[in-house]
Design a protein around this ligand. Structure first.
Ligand SMILES: Nc1ncnc2c1ncn2[C@@H]1O[C@H](COP(=O)(O)OP(=O)(O)OP(=O)(O)O)[C@@H](O)[C@H]1O
Ligand SMILES: [Mg+2]
Length: 364
């Protein structure tokens, strides 16, 4: 297995499309790193440059310490799994799995062993004689993964391998790929636009937008301390609520917005001093809004506009003056449509961002 190091790689396509812009990251040996971001942000292009399927405009790529920037794809010791499986329709599952080994002139015995082992790991031994058209989507995806496994590559690259599957199968395959990572103890780079896949699968997540890296960190750190407004809004569903306002001075400090204001907790005043008189964005996750009780000092009333009972939780859409908020309540919360409901933002979980730079203001 091997590490993957990207050093300031960029890709400019014709007509000056800057698909990847100065991306640097280090994937450690055995690590599972997920590249996540909206459509067109440069995830596939980054992965394809690692695989060698796309040349870099500038920058260097190292795999296991070796500079492979100018090395042909077949000599990079990587295997890539694509969204559309790309199985050979006229070949059996066995032949599909064996094909790349045949090309590399493996002995019959070695080939047989590797195919059987991959089939066992993926639980597709019974399917080896079938043609791809006689397989379900999930089974086809497993064969596609199998084709990568037989190669025993230093690095596995996955480009949205699950997006053709239905929701249930996706959840199942997600767990299987995580299991596979543990089992093979392999280095894996996994591309997805699905933030749930990123959160659940990655040792670390790389959030991208418009060709640039926004944040690299563990899933929980990204969720709890998003580096900027983009990451804060992209990771988490329903998304974080954003409220434009400013910091002003009264007794201590005050966050003020249209229709409400509340004091800044003492332990955060120091961090926010520098923003007095400036525009900030308050970020509150849906689960950090709760129904207020009498002792809450910073509560305010909001109109209940929509209630979505999900079984395990209620998603409630609230309106307070100009502000629209989404809250996540426990399923037994007493709430009725068009109520004026007193709510409060959990004081410990308020995020602040500079409205101009969009960067997180570190308050804890
Ligand atoms: N061969 C190409 N020629 C010109 N522009 C390209 C080419 N391939 C990709 N692009 C552009 O580069 C940008 C990044 O594309 P890329 O495929 O890397 O995005 P992505 O993050 O994988 O998106 P998706 O989630 O939709 O797959 C896009 O603006 C895309 O239109
Ligand atoms: Mg893509």
């Amino acid at each position: 297995m091997a590490s993957v190091d990207l050093e300031k790689i960029s890709k400019i396509f014709d007509k000056n499309v800057k698909a990847v812009d100065n991306v640097s990251m280090n994937v450690k040996d055995h690590e599972f790193v997920v590249l996540v971001g909206p459509s067109g942000c440069g995830k596939s292009t980054t992965l394809r440059m690692i695989a060698g399927l796309e040349s870099v405009t500038s920058g260097r790529i190292r795999i296991g310490g070796r500079d492979v920037t100018d090395v042909a794809p077949k000599d990079r010791d990587i295997a890539m799994v694509f969204q559309n499986y790309a199985l050979y329709p006229h070949m059996s599952v066995y032949q599909n799995l064996a094909f790349s080994l045949q090309l590399r002139k493996f002995s019959k015995k070695e080939m047989e062993e590797r195919v059987q082992e991959a089939a066992r790991i993926l639980d597709i031994t019974e399917l080896l004689d079938r043609k791809p058209k006689a397989l379900s989507g999930g089974q086809r995806q497993r064969v596609a993964v199998g084709r990568a496994i037989v190669r025993k590559p230093a690095v596995f690259l996955f480009d949205e391998p699950l997006s053709n599957l239905d929701a249930k199968l996706r959840v199942q395959m997600r767990a299987e790929i995580s299991k596979l990572h543990t089992q093979l103890d392999a280095t894996m780079i996994y591309v997805t636009h699905d933030q749930v896949e990123a959160m659940t699968m990655g040792d670390r997540i790389v959030v991208m937008n418009e060709g640039r890296i926004q944040q690299v960190d563990t899933p929980l750190h990204i969720y709890n301390k998003p580096a900027n407004l983009f990451v804060a809004g992209f990771i988490g569903s329903p998304a974080m609520n954003f409220i434009n306002g400013s910091i002003s001075r009264s007794d201590g400090l005050l966050f003020q917005s249209d229709g409400f204001s509340f004091p800044i907790a003492n332990d955060r005043i120091k961090a926010l001093e520098a923003w007095v008189g400036k525009k900030v964005v308050l970020g509150v996750r849906p689960e950090d809004i709760r129904p207020a009780v009498e002792t809450d000092t910073a509560s305010f009333k909001a109109n209940v506009q929509i209630i979505e009972p999900m079984g395990n939780e209620l998603i409630v859409y609230l309106e307070q003056g100009r502000h629209n908020l989404v809250a996540r309540f426990s399923p037994d919360t007493l709430v009725a449509l068009h109520d004026k409901m007193p709510i409060v933002f959990d004081a410990e979980k308020r995020h602040f961002f500079d409205a101009e730079t969009q960067e997180r203001i570190e308050t804890q």
